[in-house]
Ligand binder design. Structure first.
Ligand SMILES: [Zn+2]
Length: 316
């Protein structure tokens, strides 16, 4: 295990705040939350990803976009008659950024859509993820089904639901699964937000989850997977890594479990990241009907359901 980097902020905490055996990141966040201080994102980042503290590196598309804006501004000021052409250039640039906002795109920064190659003997891992919970009517039944098949999973929970059902969040963690960040209130306009609003939304969920289970999330998934062109530096600062999926079942909009499982099982292979939802939807809860058949499919194909924390080392 890599050593935790100690910052001045850590030293300023009162003695005894990190008892032996406690997860340092979760303890720091929970302690700060208990003292009603605003969550300093840099503290979380340095505690979670000590190796990534060197600085945020923009993706080539972001660098090209920043350069295009600077050049257009300079050229527009020097030769105002060219503004219409320059505006067209910037419009094209924004269309490219919009293309990069698609859930599985890595144009705007790193995006985990498949598991990295396994380093230790995890036999043919596949990551099952659940979004939008925890829900008292659904999540316990999902946990029982996972237990029955010896499966591990990752739950991308909402901060406001973690505040309402902290016992469920603790239960998810206690049964060996990982709890990750899916924003505080699931705002569908998240893709259009500014960096400050995103930072507050993510930090609020981070604090709520850490306060519920004593461990801060390491992964983030935006609502509907729609990423924001300005999201990457915010995630770097919060010590989080973006995860979307290899394929999703559309279980919240499709009332027919057999169609959901057909989508998830088509081409299913080791390294895949799959998405279901542990919340009721107006069309019922197909995830509960799908899960037993899906877990049996894993067994037939020699796949092992693992959590993201099991499958993704911090430096992968
Ligand atoms: Zn969601």
């Amino acid at each position: 295990m890599r050593p935790l980097r100690v910052l001045p902020e850590h030293r300023a905490l009162p003695p005894g705040i990190l008892p032996p055996g406690t997860d340092p990141a979760g303890a720091v966040v929970a302690a700060l939350e208990a003292r009603r201080r605003p969550l300093p994102a840099r503290l979380v980042a340095s505690a979670l990803w000590p190796g990534e503290a060197a600085g945020w590196v923009p993706s080539p598309a972001i660098r090209a976009s920043l350069l295009a804006h600077a050049l257009a501004l300079g050229a527009g000021l020097a030769a105002p008659q060219h503004w219409p052409g320059l505006a067209g250039l910037l419009l094209g640039n924004h269309a490219l950024l919009g293309f990069g906002m698609r859930p599985r795109s890595a144009l705007l920064g790193p995006n985990l859509t498949r598991l990295p190659p396994a380093r230790d003997p995890l036999p043919r891992p596949v990551a099952l993820t659940f979004d939008d919970g925890p829900d008292p009517a659904v999540t316990p039944r999902v946990l029982d089904l996972l237990d029955r098949h010896g499966a591990r999973a990752s739950f991308f929970v909402l901060g406001h639901l973690a505040e309402r059902h902290p016992g469920l969040v603790r239960e998810i963690r206690a049964r060996g699964h990982s709890v990750e960040n899916h924003t505080h209130a699931h705002p569908l306009s998240f893709g259009c937000w500014g960096p400050g609003a995103m930072r507050r939304e993510i930090a609020r969920a981070q604090a709520a989850i850490a306060a519920a289970c004593g461990e801060a999330p390491r992964f983030f998934r935006p609502p509907a997977g729609i990423r924001n062109p300005l999201l990457d530096p915010v995630l770097w600062q919060a010590g989080l890594r973006l995860v979307t999926w290899t394929r999703r079942g559309y279980d919240t909009v499709c009332p027919r479990p057999e169609r959901v499982i057909a989508r998830l099982a088509a081409g299913l292979d080791a390294g895949d990241i799959l998405v279901l939802h542990d919340r009721p939807s107006p069309r019922g809860t197909p995830a509960l009907a799908v899960l037993p058949a899906l877990l049996e499919t894993f067994a037939r194909r020699g796949l092992t359901a693992v959590s993201l924390r099991q499958a993704v080392p911090r430096d992968a």
